[in-house]
Design a protein around this ligand. Structure first.
Ligand code: NAP
Length: 248
């Protein structure tokens, strides 16, 4: 029997990277998984790869109407959510002096505003035993050159979980933050392309005691722990899946 047998999971940003790996793992452990993303073609490819235990709902988590459509679909088909993994996120390199209003709005709009309304709109479908996972980052507790705005969004996400754990007191719903370090995904590759890939991967490796860049499946394994009842005593916490990067 799988560790998520019979559970209903929603993962935002699951046509790529960490979200896709988590969707695969959750489905393999017995959950029915709703996956989202803006790019329809990638979403369809992911759904085809993942098989019958997955429902793909195209949408942008920064748009209220898309979130309403997503959760209305879940409500109609399954009536509840047991696991919400708010994973969609983005970041771009903008050193102080070159921070743009558009970049700021896009990063805060997705990583913070998107997270807030994803969780708030999902909440009516959640009940006792529910697990909410927010995606933080090692950058939320570190300084990272040219990455201040992204890093600030992840610090904000981490703090949302502290207050939401209190807001959720008495509901039996828990909320925790999963903070990856450098993880080999198309998202990281985009940042690396802008920074000069070889130099960036070298620098990340040098900073990581584990001596390797994580694979999305490594992070998905930690997401599984937070999604499952094995982490039932945890709320308001942050777990780092970072090869030790932010721990030393
Ligand atoms: P990725 O490969 O770029 O995947 C990002 C996912 O989010 C895609 O499925 C993308 O699909 C979706 N997405 C982006 N904007 C969206 C929007 N407005 N609405 C809905 N979905 C949206 O990135 P990843 O590396 O797996 O990142 C996943 C999470 O981990 C992010 O929160 C990121 O900040 C965090 N993280 C990553 C690393 C790392 O090294 N990779 C480290 C720390 C934290 P569409 O483009 O089709 O919308």
């Amino acid at each position: 029997m799988g560790r998520l047998e019979g559970k209903i999971a929603v993962i935002t940003g699951a046509n790529s990277g960490i979200g896709l790996a988590a969707a695969k793992r959750f489905a393999a452990e017995g959950a029915h998984v709703y996956i989202t993303g803006r790019r329809q073609e990638e979403l369809e490819q992911a759904a085809a790869e993942l098989g019958p235990d997955v429902t793909a709902v195209q949408g942008d988590v920064t748009k209220a109407a898309d979130l309403d459509h997503l959760f209305e679909t879940v409500r109609t088909r399954h009536g509840r959510i047991d696991i919400l993994f708010s994973n969609a996120g983005t970041g771009a390199l903008e050193p102080l002096g070159q921070i743009t209003e558009a970049g700021f709005d896009q990063t805060f709009g997705l990583n913070v505003r998107g997270t807030v309304f994803t969780v708030q709109k999902a909440l009516p479908l959640m009940q006792e035993g529910g697990s909410i996972i927010l995606t933080g980052s090692t950058t939320g507790v570190m300084g990272t050159p040219a990455f201040s705005i992204y890093s600030a969004t992840k610090a904000a996400v981490r703090n949302l979980a502290r207050s939401w754990a209190l807001d959720l007191k008495g509901t039996g719903i828990r909320v925790n933050v999963l903070s990856p370090g450098a993880t080999r995904t198309p998202g990281l590759q985009n940042v690396a392309d802008a920074a000069g890939a070889a130099t960036m991967y070298e620098a990340l490796l040098a900073q990581t005691p584990a001596g390797r860049i994580a694979e999305p499946e490594d992070v998905a394994a930690v997401a599984l722990f937070l999604a499952s009842d094995d982490s039932r005593v945890m709320t308001g916490s942050e777990i780092f899946a970072d090869g030790g990067m932010a721990q030393v």
